[in-house]
Design a binder for this molecule. Structure first.
Ligand SMILES: Nc1nc2c(c(=O)[nH]1)N[C@H]1C(S)=C(S)[C@@H](COP(=O)(O)O)O[C@H]1N2
Ligand SMILES: [Mo]
Length: 321
């Protein structure tokens, strides 16, 4: 028997990831120290040094959703200057600086795989006259920061129902645009490109899972995943893939980009869970931006347990992390 050794991560990649994580911690600590020294009262200089996204088009036909949290949303400035979007660089300020080169209009999305009705969607046509919902959701990155974001979008299940998955469809695989001209970060091997994510079909059909096309009543800024991104509020942020160009229904569980690069650190499920630590840091607490301190208890399923826990009733969440 041939034993094929497949080292999934090159040690250089692990080192790189560890280095930027440490650098982020360092930058955060340095910013906090500066704020104290310069006597800042607000305690929120970290995200204020950056340029917020320009305002583009207003969206119409938005109704409020009963699924929204009553927590105070973060500001436009905060939501558009503190981003993870590795296609534009690995630091949280990179997307606000470099995502200008993304061209989100016109945009098409291919729907493929186990579907009775495969389709190519022209986003502009689909959104014409469509009723959208404002969903104010908690947003929790695997790196322990959190925000509250007023997304505008529609349930992913509406789209899937229309496309009619076949009986073989068990998972949904999403793929981000892969154009190095628009996305300079693709020239770096930080991740295996294109960025890919996946959901189990029942997760994708859950009413909380949405495709977002806007933020604060406006079209999505580039750094937040224009023109269309997934939002799965009970999972770590990396599941919420940005700038989607392909949605594929498949039989086999997809391997997402983070799993591929570090399978012992990032799983397929990525459900927010205070009891399942990341191998290199605790998940029991989080920092609500724009603060500095990890002093907020992490909530199971990011606070959405009442709605989603039944999806995982029979599962060991330590093994299926
Ligand atoms: N294509 C793509 N999608 C992505 C990412 C990325 O690097 N590329 N980063 C993920 C991570 S780690 C997080 S926390 C969220 C951040 O979303 P936000 O910048 O809108 O807050 O986007 C996710 N979606
Ligand atoms: Mo993240």
């Amino acid at each position: 028997m041939l034993i094929r050794r497949t080292p999934n991560i090159r040690s250089s990649e692990v080192t790189d990831k560890a280095t930027y994580l440490n650098r982020r911690e360092f930058i955060r600590a340095a910013a906090a120290a500066t704020a104290v020294v310069s006597g800042s009262l607000a305690g929120e200089p970290l995200v204020h040094a950056q340029q917020p996204a320009p305002h583009r088009r207003k969206l119409d036909n938005i109704r409020k959703s009963p699924f929204s949290t009553t927590e105070q949303p973060n500001s436009w400035q905060q939501i558009t200057t503190y981003n993870n979007f590795y296609e534009f660089g690995v630091n949280y300020t990179d997307a606000s600086k470099y995502a200008k080169s993304l061209r989100p209009e016109p945009w098409s999305i291919a729907m493929e795989g186990e579907l009775a009705r495969p389709a190519v969607w022209h986003l502009e046509d689909v959104l014409k006259g469509k009723v959208l919902e404002e969903r104010i959701y908690r947003h929790r990155c695997v790196e322990a920061w959190s925000m509250v974001i007023p997304w505008v979008g529609f349930p992913l299940r509406d789209l899937l129902t229309q496309l009619q998955p076949t009986s073989r469809a068990r998972f949904v695989e999403f793929t981000t645009l892969n154009d190095p001209v628009q996305m300079p970060g693709l020239r770096s091997p930080a991740l295996r490109w294109p960025y890919v994510e996946g959901l189990r079909l029942d997760e994708a059909m859950h009413p909380l899972a949405i495709l977002a096309v806007g933020l604060y009543d406006e079209v999505l800024p580039n750094q937040d995943g224009a023109p269309i991104r997934l939002v799965v509020p009970w999972k770590y942020g990396f599941k919420s893939i940005k700038s989607i160009v392909k949605i594929r229904l498949v039989e086999q569980q997809p391997v997402n980009s983070w799993q591929r690069i570090a399978p012992q650190e990032y799983g397929f499920y990525a459900n927010v869970n205070p009891k399942v630590d990341h191998p290199r840091w605790s998940q029991s607490k989080e920092v609500r931006l724009p603060g500095f301190f990890r002093n907020r208890p992490t909530e199971l399923f990011n606070g959405y347990a009442d709605q989603v826990a039944s999806l995982y009733a029979a599962m060991d969440l330590k093994r299926n992390f």
